[in-house]
Design a protein around this ligand. Sequence first.
Ligand code: MG
Length: 397
Amino acid sequence: MTAPTPHETTARGLAHAATLAPYAVTEAASRGRAYDEAAPAYRGAFQRDRDRIIHSAAFRRLEYKTQVFVNHEGDMFRTRLTHSIEVAQISRTIARALGLNEDLVEAIALAHDLGHTPFGHAGQDALNACLRDHGGFEHNLQSLRVVEVLEERYADFPGLNLTYETREGILKHCSRANARRLGPLGERFLDGGQPSLEAQVANLADEIAYNNHDVDDGLRAGLLDVETLSAAAFFREQHEVVLARRPDLSGRKAVHETIRAMINRQATDLLETSRAAIEAARPGSADDVRGRHEPLIRFSASMFEQHRELKRLLRRRLYHHYRVHRMSMKTQRIVKALFEVFFDDSRSLPHDVQRRIEERGGGEPERARVVADYVAGMTDRFAIAEYRRLFTVDALT
Ligand code: MG
């Protein structure tokens, strides 16, 4: 990656850095952007990243992409957009309390799911299977691909030209094979280093957000009930605390108060455990953090265990619920069918997608990747509409 770009040390960045802890990421220590740019007058570099993410087409499409429930199943459920906003909100609270860079953590959180396929994990599994012979499909890597290559908005560079630090945070997981191809961004997956504390915060805020909102959505959908959830000690205890304080409370308010208490407990535990770990390790800079082999942002051992128990319960009782499973099967068939029809006959693709295949040489691996990009970029409802257009005789246009 490029050397730090001093001209992008902004007035906002300098003023902001003075308020941050020594282990926070600062603009002055940034590894910069792939393409140098003049500094913005009234924003910091990471604010600019955040703004570009919000203006991207991929961000808008998150509104119509599944978190757990397919978008058309109801207007009350989380989508990837509202999920990302919740992750950003939890991340910012924790970052601010720890003296970390709130602008950066917000950018990472808002971008972390940009590469998700339609239909959530079912869609990604289907696409990964379709690409078995062509390098596979990883949604984290796809999020990076969206911001580095696929967004077409700016005259002077491909993608969004985000800072190294935002891209580092977006790439939460990565296989070793893909890490080898990524240069500096992939190094930590090969040598066991860590990303910035901001990236670590966004990662665990993601877990706090989805565990809790999936409880809420699962209850709302009628696939979970309080009794089922009470098998997890964390839910049961928080529910009891709420009812001890307000025995008159029932229904949705009791559930919301329980979820509110769970988020609060988890965020507080994460914050306090991490603060103690940071004080013990005394990292002097963001690079000190990166050189460590263990993350410093973490839950206490007991909270980690409670969190995992709830996660296991959600997997068994919600993600593997027969009604969710049926929808997963259906949507996997849609993704597989779309991939296959486009891959086998690229003339059925829109002209601009065909052109992208040609530009990349037109071989089989290139075709597979461009088709995967096209399918991954679809919203739930667009994928369903494309499927109808391609496979039913009453929808020929
Ligand atoms: Mg997420």
